[in-house]
Design a protein around this ligand. Structure first.
Ligand code: B1M
Length: 215
């Protein structure tokens, strides 16, 4: 068994013992971000499928998520960081009612490593807090993450609320339950004609969009 195979199994099994040694071994042939994007996320995908099929109980999903977080935390200091000046600020949050934050935190890491200032408000964040933070931090963008189907509705409502508050800060939306069509039709319409709304399929897509916004 290769270190990569063991790592994937560790995510599925929520098994953290010896995690660091396997990560160190995998890093001899792979970049940290590639380990996350292929090996670790592959494991989380299996977890999602097992859970969705009723073959895995929630406490075990939590163990998998904790293992994933530990692995990402271990890899983070080994990632390349862009030097130079700040390229812009984004306020980032998982929306109200949603606790899923692995994807959001990945977006944080990738943007931070690429020279952006990320104001990470955490999980279950009411839109009022995002609006306050966007004003206070003079944000170039607001990023919302959410994995539940319910969260896609919250995002649309949040956009109406942000527009009502008089902001036209560009907004990035990401998360497994979103579709490009929903974002580009319903969400864009909800934000009105002045503000920009964009769909980020993954964390790298988020970086590409942020690069366009901050130009
Ligand atoms: Co939950 N969960 N969960 N869960 N969970 C899902 C999302 C689910 C699809 C599983 C399933 O049924 N197959 C399902 C949602 C069903 C639905 O609404 N359609 C589900 C459910 C039902 C629930 C609970 C309701 C279960 C319950 O209590 N009965 C509950 C909800 C609690 C709540 O939020 N109120 C719950 C709880 C949990 C745990 C706490 C156990 C744990 C989360 C731990 C944590 O995050 N700290 C958990 C997990 C781990 C998952 C799955 C298995 C994996 C999610 C994950 O971390 N993926 C998930 C299955 C799935 O997604 N298919 C599932 C890895 C992560 C990197 O991906 O976040 O999608 P993701 O991020 C991606 C992209 O989406 C994108 O970039 C990343 C890749 O680069 N992206 C962005 C995300 N945000 C972005 C923002 C951007 C840009 C890109 O810019 C702003």
């Amino acid at each position: 068994e290769t270190a990569e195979e063991r790592l994937k199994d560790r995510i599925v099994d929520g098994d953290r013992k010896g995690l660091e040694a396997d990560l160190a071994e995998a890093m001899q042939t792979m970049a940290p971000l590639d380990i996350i994007n292929t090996v670790l996320l592959d494991g989380m995908k299996v977890v999602g499928e097992l859970f969705g099929a009723g073959k895995m109980q929630l406490p075990f999903v939590l163990q998998s998520a904790e293992t994933m977080k530990a692995a990402v935390a271990w890899l983070e200091p080994h990632m390349e960081r862009a030097e130079g000046q700040q390229r812009g600020t984004i306020v980032l949050a998982t929306v109200k009612g949603d606790v899923h934050d692995i994807g959001k935190n990945l977006v944080d890491i990738i943007l931070t490593n690429n020279g952006y200032r990320v104001v990470n408000l955490g999980i279950k964040v009411p839109v009022a807090d995002m609006i306050d933070a966007a004003r206070k931090e003079k944000a170039d963008a607001i990023g919302m993450s959410g994995l539940l189907v319910k969260s896609t509705v919250i995002m649309r409502e949040n956009l109406e609320e942000i527009a009502r508050a008089g902001l036209d800060t560009p907004v990035l939306l990401g998360g497994a339950a979103l579709t490009r069509n929903y974002v580009e039709e319903d969400c864009v319409a909800a934000y009105g004609t002045t503000g920009r709304v964009a769909y980020a399929r993954d964390a790298f897509d988020g970086l590409t969009l942020m690069d366009q916004i901050a130009q």
